[in-house]
Design a binder for this molecule. Structure first.
Ligand code: PA5
Length: 451
């Protein structure tokens, strides 16, 4: 199970920290948010343990395991969950292991950029004859996903391979060009439930299919998700991690802490912070409130890695402006460990010899959070007893619920992303997509200053 330690956001542990009364003051609003989630179940909660979704993914199992490599072509919410699952739940050297050491499961790559160097390097690593490409796009119109699809298909066709045998689309059940092509050409296709937005879709077909390809237990992910759902709909907010995460961030935001750092002390969990970064930014960064007022709210999420970023960021977090709420992620029991050699007869190294790296990383986590506490910087901890499917599923749903509740507190719609649209449309204009010609005018600046 995951434990949440909120001790270091409150007074007297943190000077100028929160008072318990402040949480109690926002309790009625949180209650409303929870009631709303119960009455109008959001898609990301509805899909938990949905046997139709799990079944649709499992139906492709036999066919899937005829391949060796799996490449996701998607971006944003259609990729970050896949990356988080891959890194958290498979060894970090998974893609370099021989097939027997992978238990026959597939290597998984995620092409979530259109950087030609990056995409080429993925295409070079995979064995195209034994590769399945999973094009994930809810809209079916995102330039990056579609360009990578067309590039991959072009290569498959130029090699004389039948694209139908190498492609699976994951898209809207009815709309969009991917659905249309799938229907016309008989390409395998998985649904993205219409009531689940991209960044909330990791536990739908979006994340589950690539996870299953690499042997991740997708039922266990949903078991963890279910446990988190039960806990995060709990009316007793002092026993509800999502409610407390939302309340703490909201209250501190109103006191000028407009940055939310997530810092896992685990390389495998680093990508959970990446997933969180999108969830928190795109959901809560909004111009308008639900009643149409200009509010320009949003807390900037930042990711950091323990212990690596102690030597890059902690100086700032400790002594710089008190404008952050820091979330640590700690792992109690690592799957693998490394013994530190007892080699030199040197006093400065003596404390290390004969100990394990797991002891050191967790000592550094303790030391860092205590130092921050000492300097009055609010911080909370998410503690994994171990990294497994249950806990990762639990983490996802806890943070999805926290985001929904925070959206309610900020009185904004956490499920849309109008601020992404203009950039997308201007790209279409630059690339000459029909119907977007007039927008090219918007690209002109009044005065140039280029040196
Ligand atoms: O959270 C979101 O809705 C976005 O980040 C989308 O996932 C992202 O823009 C990709 O969209 P699509 O799946 O339509 O290609």
């Amino acid at each position: 199970m995951i434990k949440f330690d909120f001790s270091r956001v409150f007074q007297p542990n943190i000077q100028k920290g929160l008072k318990e009364d402040e949480i109690n003051e926002v309790k009625p609003k949180i209650q409303e948010a929870i009631d709303d989630m119960k009455e109008n179940t959001p898609g990301f909660l509805r899909i938990i343990n949905d046997q139709e979704i799990l079944g649709q993914v499992k139906d492709l199992e036999e066919w899937l395991f005829t391949f060796n490599d799996f490449v996701v072509l998607g971006i944003g919410g259609s990729a970050l969950g896949n990356i988080a699952l891959h890194n958290a739940l498979r060894p970090l050297n998974w893609n370099t292991l021989p097939k027997e050491d992978r238990g026959g499961y597939l290597r998984v790559f995620v092409a979530d950029n259109v950087d030609p160097d990056f995409v080429s390097s993925i295409l070079q690593q995979v064995d195209l004859k034994h590769t399945v490409f999973n094009v994930i796009s809810k809209s079916g119109s995102t330039a990056e996903a579609m360009a990578n699809y067309l590039a991959a298909r072009n290569i498959l066709e130029s090699m004389g391979l039948d694209p139908k045998k190498h492609l699976v689309f994951t898209t809207d059940p009815e709309k969009g060009v991917l659905r249309k092509i799938a229907n016309e050409e008989g390409i395998r296709v998985l649904d993205i439930p219409q009531d689940v937005g991209g960044r909330f879709s990791v536990l739908t077909q979006v994340g589950l299919f690539s996870a299953m390809a690499e042997g991740i237990d997708i039922d266990k992910l949903h078991e963890g998700a279910q446990a988190a759902k039960d806990r995060c709909l709990n009316e007793d907010i002092w026993n509800n991690p999502a409610a407390l995460i939302a309340a703490i961030h909201y209250l501190f935001y109103n006191k000028g802490k407009n940055i939310s750092v997530m810092m896992p002390y685990s390389s495998r969990l680093y990508y959970l912070a990446d997933w969180y970064r999108q969830l928190w930014a795109e959901s809560l960064g909004k111009k308008y409130s639900k009643d149409g007022k200009v509010v320009n709210v949003g807390q900037t999420p930042v990711k950091a890695l323990g212990t690596t970023d102690q030597h890059s960021q902690i100086q700032l977090y400790n002594e710089g402006p008190n404008d952050k709420v820091i979330t640590f992620i700690k792992v109690e029991n690592f799957d693998r460990d490394v013994l530190i050699g007892k080699i030199h007869n040197e006093e400065t190294l003596e404390y290390l010899g004969g100990r394990y790296l797991s002891e050191l990383i967790n000592a550094e986590y303790e030391g860092t959070r205590s130092a921050l506490t000492e300097s009055g910087k609010p911080n909370l901890s998410v503690e994994f007893d171990r990294i497994d499917e249950f806990n990762v599923g639990y983490f996802f749903v806890t943070y999805e619920c926290a985001t929904a509740i925070a959206g309610w507190l900020f009185n904004i719609n956490p499920y849309d992303q109008p601020g992404v649209e203009l950039g997308k449309k201007l790209t279409y204009a630059i690339m000459g997509r029909k119907g977007y010609e007039e927008l090219a005018e918007t690209l002109k600046v009044k005065k140039e200053f280029v040196i």
